[in-house]
Design a protein around this ligand. Structure first.
Ligand code: IMP
Ligand code: MG
Length: 178
């Protein structure tokens, strides 16, 4: 699959992303104002660029932790089965938590991760997703904050991969096979 030739058409520029990240961070800062500390949980690996930019714009005491959940495989299709490959290092019971996700697609990953984290009884748990593909949803779930709603296209860049490639692109582009 990764052998197939493709080109990447820019969909969201680095400049638009930066502006949106700033706005999201301002809303998050406002919403969690007064928190003792916000635990920002990045879902590996796709959110690593987004979380790095986002936390630097959040004007609150933060702690950063990571969780790796995986739907099977490497390709363009998600499976319903979600495995936890790497759990959090810290405790979240009684704490304010913000989960940071790259894309909400079918919703299975976020659904599973949210239930897992809620079972640990945080004081409050919200989700910030950079991208949302609402037309692909199979589980009814929404992030508290969404960067951009996009159509049903396979995208890469800004941390997001296609078979582990293109995470280092500074913009978000759609994959087009040629
Ligand atoms: P869901 O469980 O179907 O919502 O899948 C969410 C995960 O699938 C995201 O965190 C991504 O890792 C991956 N994913 C969904 N759409 C895309 C895409 O367009 N490009 C790259 N990865 C994607
Ligand atoms: Mg992925």
């Amino acid at each position: 699959m990764s052998e197939r030739k493709y080109v990447i058409d820019q969909m969201i520029s680095a400049k638009s992303i930066a502006a949106r990240v700033e706005a999201l961070a301002a809303e998050i800062t406002q919403s969690f104002r007064g928190t003792e500390k916000l635990v920002v949980v990045g879902l590996l690996r796709g959110s690593f660029v987004f979380i790095a930019d986002l936390v630097r714009e959040i004007d609150l005491p933060v702690e950063v932790d990571f969780l790796e959940a995986s739907s099977y495989g490497d390709a363009m299709h998600t499976s319903r089965e979600v495995r936890i490959l790497k759990d959090l290092r810290g405790e979240i019971a009684g704490r304010d938590v913000l989960v940071v996700e790259d894309i909400v697609d079918t919703g299975f990953t976020l659904h599973h991760v949210k239930n897992l984290l809620l079972s640990r009884e945080p004081r409050r748990l919200e989700v910030c997703a950079l991208l949302d593909k609402p037309s692909r949803r199979e589980v009814e779930i929404r992030a508290t904050w969404t960067g951009f709603e996009i159509p049903d296209e396979f995208v890469v860049g800004y941390g997001i991969d296609y078979a582990q490639r293109d995470r280092n692109l500074p913009y978000i582009g759609k994959v087009r096979f040629v």
